[in-house]
Design a protein around this ligand. Structure first.
Ligand SMILES: [Mg+2]
Length: 106
């Protein structure tokens, strides 16, 4: 499955008001990122081993991706363009030796 196909399929399970899509999807993305952190926290706490953590992370990272894809779709953003802009930004920082540090404009 490619990214655009995935993005189109997320429409089938998108249940939220168009009036508040930005708030809903942004909060959902943050919430799912928190669930990723929760899995890692429980792994560190030794609630389960790495294999079980990976099984859980597959699901939670997929949830993160769903909200990310929905945000891209609702905002009319091409997800592949978002990825390209991101990797270009990071590679540019690498060239300038500014990968580490703070701030968006490095
Ligand atoms: Mg989840």
């Amino acid at each position: 499955m490619d990214l655009q196909e995935y993005q189109l399929l997320t429409r089938k399970t998108a249940i939220y008001s168009q009036d508040t899509f930005l708030e809903y999807l942004t909060l959902g993305l943050a919430s799912e990122a928190g669930e990723v952190s929760g899995v890692v926290k429980k792994y560190i706490r030794k609630d389960y081993d790495l294999d079980i953590a990976k099984d859980k992370l597959i699901k939670e990272l997929g949830d993160v991706m769903w909200y990310w894809a929905r945000l891209c779709d609702e905002l009319g953003l091409n997800p592949e363009e978002v990825m390209e802009i991101n990797i270009d930004k990071l590679l540019n920082r690498q060239v300038k030796n500014t990968l580490q540090g703070d701030g968006d404009d490095r």
